[in-house]
Design a binder for this molecule. Structure first.
Ligand code: ADP
Ligand code: F6P
Ligand code: MG
Length: 322
């Protein structure tokens, strides 16, 4: 016996590749178990506008491989208020919906937590490219974003090597350096600058200079936007050692395009897991995968914890990029 008969799903905050795959998994798993399922358009904003539509099997056809989110996403100030949250819960209740799957980042999780305190069973799925959600090894979209950055750095490196130039590549990650770290390691960047590790610009500049002295034909710095702006890093390098690095800001290209197979699989597993958790009567849980195991952690714990930075990978990247 399922604890829920009717559920809804929404995407919220910044989008990420694989959100569609997660929506598809929630819808198809729910329907498989004879649970009615609604799609909420534009996140919490759509919830407050009562912008919900019933989803059937075909409504999520041909979206598994697409970036963006067919449900669209939004940031909603009104939902930050207690009145907004109450109205959101009332809208769901008036339609007989007793569970909600929220696909988004830490802010969206907070919203789900509030709704759970108003009697709606909620599940959070980590939909963000930043990989800044703890209690899951990876967030949905992270692997795709890293692949995009690696592909871009490969191309930048080709032309930098031809001209023996230095380069600074700015990537996304407001509070979390994982995109810079993983893409930097995977592309052999000489320097990785992240918000989690203090850095000394003089040292970065010296390293660049000595890379060329050692016979390297390029020197690439990957910087997470949350640590510094690419143009500022380049200016400081110029002031410190005279090199004039070229700057590339990858921007929103990192958040679009087809999700990788890994993100599609992660999204599919997590979407299905969220439905199972709701059926079992669970609420206010954040779904994740840790070392291959599906886990549901209290949202309270997740939003009050910080994802630990992988210092081993950071040090490995330094060792290997000499
Ligand atoms: P993300 O989910 O990617 O972190 P945001 O932080 O912008 O993105 O949050 C998305 C939306 O979630 C916000 O626009 C707001 O509607 C809702 N939200 C964020 N924080 C809270 C909160 N503390 N309480 C209730 N709702 C919240
Ligand atoms: O989704 C997270 C993120 O990609 C951050 O890394 C970035 O700073 C931010 O979103 C930008 O989002 P937007 O342009 O939607 O405000
Ligand atoms: Mg956030």
């Amino acid at each position: 016996m399922s604890a829920v008969k009717s559920i809804a799903v929404l995407t919220s905050g910044g989008d990420s590749q694989g959100m569609n795959a997660a929506v598809r998994a929630v819808v198809r798993s729910a329907l498989y178990f004879d649970i009615e399922v609604y799609g909420v358009q534009r996140g919490y904003q759509g919830l407050l506008n009562d912008d919900l539509r019933p989803m059937d099997l075909r409504s999520v056809g041909d979206i598994l491989q697409r970036g963006g989110t067919v449900l669209q996403t939004a940031r909603c100030k009104e939902f930050l208020t207690a009145e907004g949250q109450q109205r959101g819960a009332d809208v769901l209740r008036s339609r007989g919906i007793d569970g909600l799957v929220v696909i988004g980042g830490d802010g969206s999780y907070q919203g789900a937590n509030k709704l759970s305190k108003l009697g709606i069973k909620t599940m959070g799925l980590p939909g963000t490219i930043d990989n800044d959600i703890p209690f899951t090894d990876s967030t949905i979209g992270f692997d795709t974003a890293v692949s995009i950055v690696v592909d871009a750095i490969n191309k930048i490196r080709d032309t930098m090597s031809s001209h023996e130039r230095a380069s600074v590549v700015e990537v996304m990650g407001r509070h979390c350096g994982d995109i810079a770290l993983y893409a930097g390691l995977a592309s052999g960047a000489e320097t990785i600058i992240v918000p989690e590790v203090p850095y000394d610009m003089k040292e970065v500049a010296n390293r660049m200079k000595s890379n060329f002295a050692k016979g390297k034909r390029h020197s690439i710095v990957v910087v997470a936007e949350g640590a510094a702006k690419g143009v500022d890093v380049a200016r400081e390098i110029t002031n410190s050692c005279g090199l004039e690095p070229h700057v590339t800001v990858l921007g929103h290209i990192q958040r679009g395009g087809a999700p990788t197979a890994a993100d599609r699989i992660l999204a599919s597993q997590l979407g299905d897991f969220a439905v199972h958790q709701l059926m079992a009567g669970e609420s206010a849980k954040a779904c994740g995968i840790i070392s291959g195991k599906l886990v549901a952690t209290d949202i309270d714990t997740v939003v009050n914890s910080k994802k630990p930075f992988n210092m081993d990978l950071y040090e490995l990247a330094i060792r290997l990029s000499q």
